[in-house]
Write a protein that binds this ligand. Structure first.
Ligand code: ATP
Length: 326
């Protein structure tokens, strides 16, 4: 049977600066994406009919029909290349999830990127990386980054991605929450908080770094953060992590305040909500500190479970191809 598997990373946003909503309701972003060693695997197989099967972490809350982001990515690829690209009437997509769903780690976008590179390979469609990036932008704003991986600046809706210079490997602990947060709900809460607190000195949330007060100006790339990334020193990077969505995520899930506080108490160099949450990401000094931090956070009972990961990691990568073409 002809099958191709791609491995795709989760992301954390080292900076997530959110402008005011535009007329279309979308917010202008300046973000710094960082790919983490927490991966989903996406396998595509030629078949008689289209299907999506999802196993693993959070599989039950993932749609199995054409709404699945991996299926939407394949449809976008067929649309871009033409229906003749298919080598069989259908495509079976199998997703093995390790990235929690609706957790602020862009797992759905990762699966879309995985489906793009895997079906491009399976069908021998021959789309270049640049062409795949153009298809990715039509599927969702984080899909382009999941193709590129590493550390990268995202502009617009996060879909205009430019790789960033970054040195070294960073050690992170992720604290997965019990609940999920919907990204649109978090943006709406951010708008409400900003409208309600315009002109006040503190936006609340009580989580320190990463919290923004009042109405936003145009988002700007944090050049000190980019310099810290070039230095490769986690002690420089930690205090510069920021996320404008953090107060909104904390307002919707107040127990995240305890999770973030526990990370700080145990010496995390930076403690931040990942994207729209509710996953919290903690920057450790090194691998040994990450292990200690993971044990401490698990023991503190402030989250569902923890994972020690590193970043940056590569974007969507084909890891197994048909034996006849390997
Ligand atoms: P982001 O940070 O990109 O906004 P997220 O990481 O918070 O998103 P995802 O895991 O990408 O959240 O899932 C968002 C929603 O997308 C889910 O509620 C789910 O219903 C839907 N979805 C569609 N396809 C997938 C997929 N393959 N994996 C996960 N979720 C999917």
């Amino acid at each position: 049977m002809t099958a191709v598997t791609a491995r795709v990373p989760a992301k954390v946003n080292l900076q997530l600066s959110v402008g005011p909503p535009g007329a279309d309701g979308y917010h202008d972003l300046v973000t710094v994406f960082h790919a983490l060693s927490l991966f989903d695997d996406v396998t595509v197989t030629s078949a008689d009919t289209d299907s999506v099967v999802v196993t693993g972490e959070g599989a039950r809350s993932v749609p199995l029909g054409p709404d699945n982001l991996a299926a939407r990515a394949v449809a976008a690829l067929v649309n871009a290349v033409g229906p003749g690209v298919r080598d069989a009437p259908g495509l079976a997509i199998e997703i093995r999830k390790r990235i929690p769903v609706a957790a602020g780690l862009a797992g759905g976008s990762a699966d879309a990127a995985g489906a793009l590179v895997a079906s491009n390979e399976l069908w021998g469609a021959g789309l270049s990386h640049q062409e795949l990036t153009e298809v990715a932008a039509r599927v969702g704003s984080d899909v382009g980054f999941a193709l590129v991986g590493g550390t990268a600046v995202g502009l617009g809706r996060g879909d205009r991605v430019t790789p960033a210079l970054a040195a070294g490997t960073y050690h992170w602990v992720l604290a997965f929450a019990d609940g999920q947060l919907s990204t649109p709900a978090v943006y709406a809460a951010c708008d409400r908080l900003r409208a309600g607190r315009a002109g006040q000195p503190d936006a609340g949330g009580g989580a320190g770094a990463g919290e923004a007060a009042g109405p936003p100006g145009p988002p700007q790339l944090n050049t000190a953060l980019m310099a810290a990334l070039r230095s490769g020193d986690p002690a420089e990077l930690g205090p510069l992590l920021s996320n404008d969505l953090q107060p909104a995520a904390v307002s919707l899930l107040p127990r995240l305040r305890q999770t973030l506080a526990a990370g700080r108490e145990h010496g995390a160099l930076g403690s931040i909500v990942s994207g729209s949450g509710p996953t919290c990401a903690f920057l450790a000094r090194d691998g040994a500190h990450a292990r200690d931090l993971a044990v401490a956070l698990a023991g503190a009972g402030v989250c569902r479970t923890v994972a020690s990961v590193t970043g940056p990691t590569p974007g969507a990568t084909v890891i197994s191809v048909p034996s006849t073409r390997a």
